[in-house]
Design a protein around this ligand. Structure first.
Ligand code: SF4
Ligand code: SF4
Length: 197
C-alpha cells in the first residue's frame, strides 16, 4: 500500500482529485496495470538507490566458489591436458566430451603420448561440482571464479577446447610445438623440468 501510494500515477491522481491514495485505484484499467505500475516504481527506486547492487570488479567471490572452467598450460606453452578422459568419467552430469589424438615430437601438444584433440564441456549440463578438477592427473582442467556465463543460444554454451584453453605464456610458442626428440615421453613432467605458469 505504501509503495503504491508513492507511484507517480497514484500521486498525480491524488493531487488532482484530493482523494486519499487508497481511493484512486480506479485510475488503473485493471489489476495488471496496477501491479505493473507498482513493480516499475519499485524497480526504479531500487536502481537509483545509493547502495544499489553493482557487479564486483575486484574478484571478490567466496574462496570455494566454482565457476567457468579453463584448460591450463605449462610454462613452456605445452598443454597440460593429455586426453585421458578421467574428467569425463568422473563427471556426474556427463557434461564433458574428450577425444584423444597422438603426439609426435614434430607436432607436440602435451607431454606423453596423447593430447586432447577434442575437448568440450556442455555448460548447460554442468553442475559445477568440481569432480573433473579433482580427477585430473595433470591439473589441466580448473574451475575459476568467473560467473558470467549467459549466452544467446544453446550451442554457444557448449564450450570447445579453443574457448577453454589459456593462451601460451608471453614469449612462449603455442601448440603444436616441434620439440627435442624423447624429451617429453612421460605424460606428467619430471619435477623441475617445466615450472608452473
Ligand atoms: S564441474 Fe562437475 S558437472 Fe561440471 S563438468 Fe566438472 S565434473 Fe562435470
Ligand atoms: S582435463 Fe585432465 S582428466 Fe580431463 S582429459 Fe585432460 S588430462 Fe585427462
Amino acid at each position: 500500500m505504501d509503495r503504491l501510494a508513492q507511484t507517480p500515477r497514484v500521486l498525480a491522481a491524488h493531487e488532482r482529485s484530493g482523494l486519499p491514495a487508497s481511493s484512486v485505484y480506479w485510475h488503473f484499467k485493471n489489476k495488471d496495470a496496477l501491479l505493473a505500475e507498482v513493480l516499475e516504481h519499485s524497480y526504479t527506486q531500487w536502481r537509483s538507490a545509493e547502495d544499489g547492487w553493482e557487479r564486483s570488479d575486484d574478484g571478490d567471490v567466496r574462496q570455494r566458489f566454482r565457476g567457468r572452467h579453463e584448460l591450463r598450460r605449462y610454462a613452456d606453452g605445452l598443454e597440460r591436458c593429455i586426453g585421458c578422459a578421467l574428467c569425463a568419467a568422473a563427471c556426474p552430469a556427463d557434461a564433458i566430451y574428450v577425444e584423444a589424438g597422438e603426439n609426435t615430437d614434430a607436432q607436440r601438444y602435451s607431454p606423453g603420448e596423447r593430447f586432447a584433440k577434442t575437448y568440450e564441456i556442455n555448460m548447460l549440463r554442468c553442475i559445477f561440482c568440481g569432480y573433473c578438477e579433482d580427477a585430473c592427473p595433470t591439473d589441466a582442467i580448473v574451475l575459476t571464479d568467473v560467473y558470467e556465463l549467459s549466452a544467446g543460444t544453446r550451442r554457444d554454451l557448449i564450450y570447445t577446447k579453443d574457448m577453454l584453453i589459456l593462451p601460451a605464456p608471453t614469449g612462449k610458442p603455442g601448440t603444436p610445438q616441434k620439440v627435442e626428440e624423447g624429451k617429453y615421453n612421460r605424460p606428467i613432467l619430471p619435477e623441475g623440468l617445466v615450472s608452473e605458469p
